[in-house]
Structures are given as C-alpha cells and as structure tokens.
Design a protein around this ligand. Structure first.
Ligand code: PHE
Length: 472
C-alpha cells in the first residue's frame, strides 16, 4: 500500500487474510499458553473466550468501521470522524495512544520473534533430538542469557519487518498470508496428533476447559481481558489501518467473525498441543515466557521427522510473528509519514531504529538486568492485590501495553463508535439488519465499556476497597 492515493485490498478474502495475519502471531502460540499456565488454566480460558465474544468482536467491528470511513492513519481518522459528528478533534489523542502502544509492543515482540528465529537453525541441525526436559531447558537458558545473540536475532527480525513496511505493506503481505497461514494450520494439526499420542491429551484438555475459579486472581482476569485485545490486534489502530484499505462493499461483520474465529482456534490448538506435553514430561505449567521453547523442542526431538516438522514449525511461527509485527508498526509509520512529510523509506528507517533501541530493554531484562525488578502489591482486608510481582522491564512493558493501553484504547474506541459517532454513519458503514445493528450498538455502548471499567477497578483493588468501606 503506498501512501499517496489509497489503494485497496484486492478482495475481501485478502482483507480477511491480512487481518488474520495481524491477529495470529506470537500472541496465540507463545503468549496464550504461557499466560494460561501462569493463571491456572480453565477459568482464565473461559474469561478470555467471554471477552473475545462480548468485547473483542464488537470492538473489532468498530475499529474496521472507523478505519474504512476515515481512510487515513489512526490519528487523522479519529480527528476527521470526530469532526464529522460534531465533536472535538482532540480525539486524535486516541490515535496517538495506539501509535505509542504499537511501538512499545513491537519493541519486545521483535525480541521474542528473535528467539523463534534462533530456534530455526537449532531445529534444522537436530539440536534437540533425543534430549530430555532438563537438557532442552538448558538450551533455552543459554540463548536468553546471551545478550549479543539476542541482539543479533532481534535486529534481524526487525530488519525484515521494516523492509516490508518500507515497501508498502500489500504486495508481500498478501502473498505471505495466502500460503503460510494455511501451512501453519496444517502443522498445528500434525502436532495435535503428537499431543494425543503422549497419553496426556485429556489431562491437557481438562486443564484448559475445566474452569476452577479458585485459581484465578483479579489480576488474572485483567490479563485475560488484556489478552483478548492483544490477540485480536485491537485497541491500537492496527486493524483500523487495515480497515482503511477495505473496499466499501465488504461486510465488516462477516469479516470480523471470520478473523476472531480463526484467531481463537489457533490459540486453543496451541494450548491443546502444549499442555499435554507439559504434563507428559512433568514440566511446570507456570514456566513463563519460555514455555513453548521448553515444550515443543521436546516433542520435536522425540518424534518421527521431528527435525523436519520442528524446523518448519519455527519458520512458520516466525512468519506469523512477521505478519503481526508489520501491523504493529504500520500505524506509527503512516503517522510519521504524514506528520513529518517524509518518504515511507525514511519513516521506516527512523521508526525501526527507535524500536530497535527500545528493544534492548527487553533483551537485557532476560540477562544483564534481570535483577532490576519492581513489585506492586496492594493489601486490603479482602486479600492482597498483586499487580506486579518481581516484574522485569519486559514484564512491565507487557503489562503496560496489554493490560492497560490496549483495553483503554479499546474502551475509548467503543465509546467513540457507540456514543460519539452519529448512528446514521455507523449504520451505513456496518450495513447489517436492524436487529444485529442494535445488538452491536448495545455491546459497544454498554457491555464493552462497563466490562473494561469493572475489570480495571477490580484489578486495582478498588472494588475490594469499596466493599471494605461498605461493610465497615
Ligand atoms: N495480535 C498479535 C498476536 O497475537 C499481536 C498484535 C497486537 C498485533 C496488537 C497488532 C496489534 O501476536
């Protein structure tokens, strides 16, 4: 997509593929399993699914709708549409928040994608073949404790991302998603068969789908909601930018459902692969960000054609991360181009360099600076509220973006689309029957904002505080 005249996706399918490419990424395969493990399984998954359906889907429709009506970068779109409905152009700030969130997320996303890249040659050279869990763990620890190595892979991944962004997203992206997404899917299915073969498949399924609410904290609920935004690429303008290239005739509702469905499917498949392996090898469910790097190599190292499948898997994971990372930085780049009136190439170089620098924080948080941590715990008579516990710079960045910035962005998008925008405009854009339109409006006006606010207040201990006061 070039910046002058706005191009459009060549078909509806391409938009769905591109949006799915943005949605499906490390969030599904790397993050979903490890945060599910950290938050005790089933209850977390249930809340996550609920958030996808009741908040994620309507907000996705809102974002695509705003994008298509505005047909500009998120900042200009928010300003323009606010004016169109007779409101202040200060709403441009919302676009800003998104630009910053995308920038911050990419800074650590690129480091993790770098890990996945580092695993490609490891897999291809059969490093893991026949290794046991402890040995696999050592390989991972050696990688993350080496800052130079992490910087190398982080730089390479970011370079690949910015190359595509500099060229204009469409050409490369369309091709990548058309072939690679289906391949990733096939590999996940192969891995599911492996997971079934471990003898612990049902235990894994039980862990994922049997909610035990005693295992989840208020902060876990916030993480589940934050992850719903993260995994669907919502709350920061990524899907808005993609929507801005959407032809007028395409049904926004159908496209959103398709994207949310595929995204959720990939995450659940990943969970159903990882947890049986965890249980079969007596690993820790709460192993944290290293979880897939400690479990999957174990599977590949001990299965037929493991070298081939393992290599292919990590290649595909890198591609999935790549198509997401492009959309993370696209809002920032389009904004830089417009604001500073420079070429796409220059804008990409400058933005890419800044993201790279910022990424060093994450790199060092796994080695040199791993002891720099902060904790924030609020004690009330209703229990302790652990907001952050021994959080490194990476944890902090992740928390700030996923759990705060994206839900906050989503909240404002819901209010903007539901309350500010004249309903004649949203009605015309969405073009769905009056029943579905009313349902959508109800969700973005009431359900999504209230849920986000309640979850926020709950995680900050404010609801418990109020209860203490009322009961006293
Ligand atoms: N949805 C992507 C993933 O799951 C990450 C992402 C977040 C991409 C926000 C764009 C915007 O990996």
């Amino acid at each position: 997509m070039s910046d002058g005249k706005r191009e459009q996706w060549s078909s509806r399918l391409v938009f769905i593929l591109a949006a799915t490419g943005s949605a499906v990424g490390l969030g599904n395969i790397w993050k979903f399993p490890y945060i599910t493990g950290e938050n005790g399984g089933g209850a977390f998954v249930l809340i996550y699914l609920l958030c996808i359906a009741s908040i994620g889907l309507p907000i996705m429709m809102a974002e695509i709708m705003l994008g298509r009506r505005g047909r500009e970068d998120p900042v200009s779109t928010m300003k323009k549409l606010a004016k169109e409905s007779g409101h202040s152009s200060a709403w441009g700030i919302l676009g800003w928040l998104g630009v910053i969130a995308g920038f911050l997320i990419l800074s650590y996303y690129s480091v993790i994608a770098g890990w996945a890249m580092a695993y490609v040659p490891k897999m291809a050279s059969a490093t893991f073949s026949g290794l046991n869990a402890t040995q696999v763990d050592t390989v991972f620890s050696e990688l993350v404790s080496n800052p130079m190595l992490l910087i190398f892979w982080h730089s390479l991944f970011l370079f690949l991302t910015m190359t595509i962004v500099a060229k204009g997203v469409r050409g490369g992206l369309e091709k990548a998603v058309t072939y690679l997404m289906p391949m990733l899917f096939i590999l996940l299915i192969i891995l599911i068969f492996y997971a079934m073969d471990t003898g612990y498949f049902m235990q894994g399924v039980h862990y994922l789908f049997n909610p035990d609410f005693s295992k989840i904290s208020t902060d876990g609920v916030l993480s589940a909601m934050g992850h719903a935004f993260f995994t669907l690429s919502l709350g920061m303008g990524a899907i808005m930018v993609y929507g801005s290239y959407l032809p007028n005739k395409t049904s926004i509702a159908q496209a959103s459902i398709a994207v949310a469905f595929m995204d959720t499917l990939v995450a659940l498949l990943a969970g159903m692969i990882i947890f049986p392996i965890v249980f079969a090898n007596s690993l820790e469910t709460g192993a944290g960000p290293g979880l897939i790097f400690k479990t999957l190599p174990l599977a590949f190292g001990n299965m037929n054609y493991g070298t081939l499948f393992g290599t292919l898997f990590f290649v595909l994971l890198v591609f999935a991360a790549w198509t997401s990372s492009i959309s993370l930085i696209e809002p920032a780049v389009t904004w830089v181009i417009k604001t500073f009136k420079i070429s796409r190439l220059k804008a990409s170089i400058i933005t890419g360099f800044l993201v790279w620098l910022m990424g060093l924080m994450t790199v060092f948080s796994f080695n040199l600076a791993s002891d720099f941590t902060i904790s924030s715990v609020i004690s009330t008579t209703h229990g302790e509220f652990v907001i952050l516990k021994n959080a490194t710079a990476f944890d902090l960045l992740d928390y700030l973006t996923s759990n705060i910035m994206l839900p906050l962005g989503g909240l404002m998008i819901a209010i903007y689309a539901g309350w500010l925008m004249k309903s004649q405009y949203s009605r015309a854009e969405l073009d769905i029957s009056i029943f579905w339109y009313r349902l959508w409006l109800f969700l973005v006006r009431y359900i999504a904002p209230v849920m986000v606010i309640v979850v926020f207040l709950n995680a900050m201990g404010i609801i418990a505080f109020i209860r203490t006061v009322v009961e006293a």
